[in-house]
Design a protein around this ligand. Structure first.
Ligand SMILES: NC(=O)c1ccc[n+]([C@@H]2O[C@H](COP(=O)([O-])OP(=O)(O)OC[C@H]3O[C@@H](n4cnc5c(N)ncnc54)[C@H](O)[C@@H]3O)[C@@H](O)[C@H]2O)c1
Length: 265
């Protein structure tokens, strides 16, 4: 597989979870991948995995909520003035709670790491994306926003904004040959695993009620879908959401109102 040979890619949140799987896959397909993450240990670990596999990768420690960090990351990822692939996967996840209990911090961190970071990465990378002559942006949205899931207010609002931003950018940037799409994934990653056995355990049981009764494998089921959107194989696809969630968003009705009162404090 060499669909991304000689391409440069930047993946936010590339240190763990879906971002890690995506970073590895883009590198396996030939891209030079710049992993951008707050967690230096995990980011560098991912670079090690990629180089051990014969791929090419670098790491930039950055807080995606900070403009200067974003500018530095974009500069590092840009090769010969070009950035071919931008994947916005980093996101702060506020623990589920009723709207009445949402704090300003829950709201502000969700917004700063979600739509604001996605917007800033896209805006600051724009010249390098134009220079690519065929760039692809892949943003991460969520079924919680698209289907409406209770107790996820700040997170869902953030993902709804990312969805809207994806469509606006796709429309504005088609004239520059830049495609902008979103992935709507569903996979049990560390963020949910950390909740297993805790008072939030019910939240993680979503998988049992989904059509396939499980979440995706990040390496074999999520990352290839992102690689498809990143590559010329999806050259006429823009402004869309690719659901890689085993049908969870479109086919099932997840209802956390059946969850224990813990979400209500
Ligand atoms: N896992 C799912 O089922 C699911 C479902 C819908 C949407 N998503 C979205 O997919 C994306 C990846 O999810 P995941 O489950 O792999 O998450 P995760 O929490 O396992 O990984 C997120 C990564 O982002 C990094 N990060 C967080 N805040 C950051 C910041 N301020 N600056 C820089 N890096 C930061 C973390 O260090 C981590 O490496 C997220 O946007 C998430 O909202 C995931």
């Amino acid at each position: 597989m060499s669909r991304l040979e000689n391409r440069s890619a930047l993946v936010t949140g590339g240190g763990q979870g879906l971002g890690r799987a995506v970073s590895r896959r883009l590198a396996q397909e030939g891209a030079h991948v710049t992993i951008v993450d707050l967690n230096e240990e995990k980011g560098r670990e991912c670079v090690g995995l990629i180089t051990d596999e014969g791929g090419s990768a670098g790491f930039v420690r950055a807080n995606v909520a900070k403009r200067d960090d974003i500018a530095a990351a974009v500069a590092e990822a840009t090769v010969d003035g070009k950035l071919d692939v931008l994947v916005n996967a980093a996101q702060y996840f506020a623990m589920p709670k009723a709207l009445e209990l949402v704090t300003d911090k829950d709201w502000e961190l969700s917004e700063a790491t979600g739509p604001k970071a996605t917007f800033r990465f896209m805006q600051l990378a724009h010249p390098a994306l134009v220079a690519s002559g065929g760039a692809s942006v892949v943003n991460f949205v969520s079924g919680s926003a698209l289907a409406g899931i209770g107790y996820t207010g700040p997170y869902s609002a953030a993902k709804g904004a990312v969805h809207a931003l994806t469509k606006v950018a796709a429309k504005e940037w088609a004239r520059h040959g830049i495609r902008v799409n979103a992935i709507c994934p569903f996979a049990l990653t560390d963020v949910q695993r950390d909740m297993i056995g805790t008072e939030w355990d019910n939240y993680t049981r979503t998988a049992e009620g989904s059509p396939f009764g499980r979440g995706a494998d990040p390496d074999t089921e999520i990352a290839p879908a992102v690689a498809f959107l990143a590559s010329a194989d999806s050259g006429f696809v823009t402004g869309t959401v690719l659901y890689v969630d085993g049908g969870m968003t479109e086919l099932s009705t997840v209802d956390y109102s059946a969850s224990p009162g813990v979400f209500e404090g």
